[in-house]
Structures are given as C-alpha cells and as structure tokens.
Design a protein around this ligand. Structure first.
Ligand SMILES: C[S@@+](CC[C@H](N)C(=O)[O-])C[C@H]1O[C@@H](n2cnc3c(N)ncnc32)[C@H](O)[C@@H]1O
Length: 322
C-alpha cells in the first residue's frame, strides 16, 4: 500500500530541507514513546520535527492499516457511502485521506486534533486534496472536545493508547452518540491494542451496535491470550522513510487491530482469516474466526474444488466462505 500520489507529493514537499540526522533522531524518540505507550501529560507530536518524523515514517503505515480497516467496512456494507466524516485525534489527517480513497463521494470532514504542530502539518497536506470542505478543530477530546455534529462515519485511529484507561470508555460512548452510521476504531496490532478493541467491542455491543468487521459474530471473542486478534498491512517505504529509520528494506508490515460498529446490521458474515494461510501441495490450512463464534483451523484440500481455489487466494484478514 502506498500513499495516494497527491499526498505522497505533499509529504515530500513538507520534508524538503529537513536534515536526515535530525529526522532519524526524532523518529527514534517518537517510536520509543509509542512503543512504551508513554502517557506523561506531553503530546507525542509536540513540535514540527516530531510532526515531520510522523508523516515520514508513521503516516504511511497508519494510512495502510486504516485503509485496510475501511476497505473491510466497505466490503461488508457495499451500499454505504458516507457524506460526512468526523475523525478524532486526526494527526496529519491520515483517516481523511484513507476515507476519501475508499469512499470518493465524501463531501465534508471534521478533524479534531489537540496538537498544534501536527494540526498545522495536516492542514498543509490537506491543501493538496481536491476536497476542501475540511474543518480542523483544536480540542482536547478528554474534555468533551469530541462533541462535534453527528457524522455518517466517525473514526478513532491510533488514539486510545494515548488516553488513560479511565478516559477511554467515556470517549467511545460519546463517539457512538455522534455516529450516524459507522464507528471505526483502529489500534496498534499489539496485545494491548487488541485488549482496548475488545473493551470497546463489549461496550458498543452493550449500546446496541452491530459489529460489522473483523468479527463475523457478536458473541464472546474466541481468541485467548497469549494469542490475539490482529492483522497486517504491507507498507511501501519511500527513500526518506528508509533514511529516517536507518533500514534498507523497501517495505514494512504494519500490524493493527480494528473494529467496525454499525447502527444498521449487515448481511450475515462469512468467516474471517485470522493469520497468514499455510499452503502446501494440494492443501491450504486456514485459521478462521467463524460466524458461530468459534475460532478453528480449517484444512482445505484440492478435492474441494472451488472452495480450494478460494482458500488459495485467501489472505490474512480476508473473508472466507459464503
Ligand atoms: C498516533 S496519532 C494518530 C494520528 C492519526 N489518527 C493516524 O492514525 O495517523 C494520535 C493523535 O491523537 C492526538 N491526541 C492524543 N490525545 C488527544 C487528546 N486528548 N485530544 C485531541 N487529540 C489527541 C495526538 O496529538 C495525535 O495527533
């Protein structure tokens, strides 16, 4: 997955002239804060260099993960086409770009972000977008800043981990109230990220939401630790991305967990593939989350004809079955 060309170009322009050594140091500092889930009262993206490090090294990855989650929503609800987006903790506007790429008929977006430096960066990037009905709001979502007008699509990507555990449920509740159709939550694909998704899932089911993806059911999650439910998106690394990270490989895999909650039900879901399929001659082994609420390993052999062909094509995160 690559950033859309106009965004890629805007990112390159915003990084012009920045020293690679400074960018690499800022990238390292940022990734340590994210990895250790530091919550010390300071914003991770508190200055221009941190914002530049984010758009160089994190935005391509969060874009890929968010795009996968939104595409999964679109696959489950093919009739859905949001006119309005409300994105909370928008950073440089990653969700806005991904949502527009999945739903090109998007008409207006409200992006809530507390950090002035990443908001300024997001505004600069958004100037390269054809959609100009974008409103940026400076608000701290812990203090009710999320009380924006209801939107068809409400999103919260890579934000729950920056909040205290006690603040999360209140925010999810407030966001569900503002959701006209879909609420999408994306988190890092760690066990901690998955647990936050599970908490939100239980809360939203309790509030009457229909879980559209990735779960093919609303029963208890069948996955037990040390296993956890997460997915992966392959991200193309630009030259500056590689330089900032000090790596040579032209891609990386972004692991993520997500949840799509809907006001309206979707058609019954097939199973979801929970890990990379294991392929051997004449057979494919799939780890599935099934509509009956169970997780199971399914061995599909060549004798199963079309089902085998579908299994051969299936990838981690895909739907499988009919
Ligand atoms: C990891 S970034 C994610 C940005 C974007 N959603 C993405 O996925 O690329 C988290 C964003 O949430 C913002 N944020 C964190 N706590 C916030 C708060 N209390 N109020 C508003 N924004 C907040 C941060 O400033 C940061 O820009």
């Amino acid at each position: 997955m690559e950033l859309p060309p106009s965004l890629r170009h805007a990112v390159d322009q915003a990084l012009e002239g920045v020293s690679t050594a400074q960018l690499a140091a800022a990238t390292q500092a940022l990734s340590q804060r994210y990895r250790n889930e530091v919550r010390d009262g300071r914003m991770h993206l508190s200055d221009q260099l941190a914002a530049q490090a984010y758009i160089a090294t994190r935005m391509p990855a969060t874009f890929a993960a968010i795009h996968s989650a939104l595409a999964a929503a679109a696959q489950r609800l093919p009739e859905f086409s949001p006119a309005t987006l409300l994105d909370i903790g928008a950073g440089p506007g990653t969700v806005f770009w991904a949502a527009q790429s999945v739903w090109p008929n998007l008409e207006a977006a409200t992006l809530v972000e507390a950090s002035a430096s990443i908001r300024a960066m997001g505004q600069k990037l958004a100037a390269a977008n054809t959609l100009q009905a974008v409103t940026w709001k400076d608000a701290d979502i812990r203090r009710g800043g999320a009380d924006a007008a209801p939107a068809d699509l409400v999103t919260l990507a890579y934000v729950l981990d920056e909040l205290e555990p006690t603040e999360r449920a209140k925010l999810v509740d407030a966001l569900w109230t503002t959701t006209r159709n879909l609420l999408v939550i994306v988190e890092p694909g760690t066990t901690a990220g998955w647990r936050r998704i599970l908490d939100a899932r239980a809360q939203l089911i309790g509030a009457g939401a229909h879980i559209i993806a990735p779960c093919p059911h609303a029963l208890a999650c069948p996955i037990a630790e040390p296993d956890w439910c997460h997915f992966s998106a392959r991200v193309a690394r630009s030259r500056i991305h590689r330089l900032a990270k000090g790596g040579e490989v032209p891609w990386e895999d972004e692991k993520f967990a997500y949840l799509i909650a809907s006001r309206t039900p979707a058609a019954a879901s097939p199973s979801r593939v929970l890990s990379p399929p294991l392929t051997a001659k004449g057979r494919v082994e799939l780890k599935l989350c099934q509509p009956d609420g169970a997780a199971a390993h399914r061995l599909v052999s060549r004798r199963e004809g079309d089902t085998f062909k579908q299994a051969r094509r299936a990838d981690w995160g895909d739907l499988f079955g009919s």
